[in-house]
Write a protein that binds this ligand. Structure first.
Ligand code: PGA
Length: 251
């Protein structure tokens, strides 16, 4: 079964509630016109409720940009998976490199978040990626393997079937420097093989692996043409309706 392509927009710490709803409604209209791909948007927490109400009944999926692991408790500043369920939010980005780098989130914490999401029926979009220094030191595969293995520690084949993995080389995020299609395909094929060795093959083959890092209208088609690239996680270009619409409509 071919994997269904998935285009996700990560709005990061941008947009007022009104701006978010306006953009979400336009995106949902474009997404409604495509029945062979999934579209996900990840607004900031402040706009999740309004965006979820605005587009929740359309084919567009909503994701949060992070999620805690406990259902409730003394976790100042965190949002629990059950709170997301309460808002009708079905997915959560976990382990984005900005969380790892700026907020020192560890693989252990990422793993707790993944398991907390899964336990509450939220689909994790697990982000992994190497820094420029790690790539230059030939450590790319080692770093990605450990981020993936530790991020999914304790997850069985039955648990990982629906998860989404996003490969986002840190040096390509927000820099305008995309990994070449060959570089991205090489990593995606490696990650697929790793998942197939670790999990039941038929389940591993279902896991969608997105590429992220300066995806734009002018490079999305060639990235999406690679056999192991199943979608894109888009930052900057997802904030502008025209560019995100073109990315959703990749050829
Ligand atoms: P970018 O961000 O598209 O602006 O490089 C991607 C991301 O951080 O997910």
């Amino acid at each position: 079964m071919p994997r269904r392509p998935l285009i996700a927009g990560n709005w990061k710490m941008h947009l007022s509630v009104a701006q978010a709803v306006e953009l979400a409604e336009k995106v949902a209209e474009v997404a409604a016109g495509c029945n062979d791909r999934d579209v996900v948007i990840a607004p900031p927490f402040t706009a999740l409720d309004a965006v979820s109400k605005a587009v929740g009944k359309t084919s567009t999926f909503i994701a949060s940009q992070n999620v805690a692991w406990e259902k409730e408790g003394a976790f100042t500043g965190e949002i629990s998976p059950t709170m997301l369920v309460d808002l009708g939010v079905p997915m959560a980005i976990i382990g984005h490199s900005e969380r790892r780098q700026i907020f020192q989130e560890s693989d252990k914490m990422v793993n707790l978040r993944v398991k907390g999401a899964l336990a509450n029926g939220i689909v994790p979009i697990l982000c992994i990626g190497e820094t420029l220094g790690q790539r230059e030191a030939d450590m790319t595969f080692k770093v990605l393997e450990s981020q993936l293995a530790e991020g999914l520690e304790g997850c069985t084949s039955e648990m990982v079937g629906d998860i989404v993995v996003a490969y986002e080389p840190v040096w390509a995020i927000g820099t305008g420097k995309t990994a070449s299609k060959e570089q991205a395909q090489e990593v995606h094929a490696y990650l697929r093989q790793f998942l197939e060795e670790k999990y039941r093959k038929d389940i591993a083959q279902k896991i969608r692996i997105l590429y992220g890092g300066s995806v734009k209208p002018d490079n999305v088609d060639s990235l999406m043409a690679q056999p192991d690239i199943d979608g894109a996680l888009v930052g900057g270009a997802a904030l502008k309706f025209e560019s995100f619409a073109r990315i959703i409509n990749f050829i």
